[in-house]
Design a binder for this molecule. Structure first.
Ligand code: FMN
Length: 168
């Protein structure tokens, strides 16, 4: 993969994250976990390009994110859609996601886990972590029934510096 400037990513983050989805992959090349995510963003904060993701604390991936200083966001071609569905419906606690998908692990130049054939990989260095609080919502009743009913804990927000953007 080769490095590009973050400004060369011209696809809207709403399309990229919200429609194409991404694999949040955290851990080490030897021991990692990934999950599908479609909530998050790419922006500019603290004078640097940042990515932010919302991960519920009960995700297996959350443990891996919390253990390492950095993780990756991998954007896969459309042919991997079913693999993203699988990684979004099953937990690495219960299944071997690599054995059940066509995803092939790879390692970024910074030593972070990602996947072969990812068309875009963002290396993300964690800068901020906070779990959403009910009291901070402007209208809790608007979001609560759909997103935070029982067994659906409030998301943890991670804001990360995009330390590298890589393409094929
Ligand atoms: C399309 C799609 C988008 C998802 N987006 C998110 C998300 O942004 N944040 C989140 O916490 N879970 C999200 N999920 C759910 C996780 O991917 C799912 O719970 C997964 O099984 C967690 O795997 P893990 O336990 O191995 O980490 C999404 C699932 C799908 C199918």
């Amino acid at each position: 993969m080769k490095n590009i400037e973050i400004t060369q990513i011209t696809t809207s983050p709403v399309q990229l994250i919200g429609k194409q989805w991404m694999l949040v992959t955290a851990g080490t090349p030897d021991k990692f976990n990934c999950m599908t995510a479609s909530w998050g963003g790419i922006g500019f904060l603290w004078n640097r390009p940042v990515a932010f993701v919302f991960v519920r604390p009960n995700r297996h991936t959350a443990t891996f994110i919390d253990e390492q200083p950095a993780f990756t966001l991998s954007f896969m071609p459309e042919q991997y859609r079913q693999d993203l569905v699988f990684c979004g419906r099953n937990s690495g606690r219960d299944v071997d996601k690599m054995a059940n998908t066509s995803l092939v692990p790879a390692t970024t130049p910074a030593g972070l886990p990602t996947f072969e054939n990812a068309e875009l990989v963002l290396e993300c260095r964690k800068m901020f972590r906070s779990t959403l609080q009910e009291a901070d919502f402007i209208d809790w009743s608007e979001v609560s029934p759909a997103w935070y009913a029982e067994d659906n804990p409030l998301h943890t927000l991670y804001i990360c510096e995009i330390s590298a953007a890589l393409v094929q």
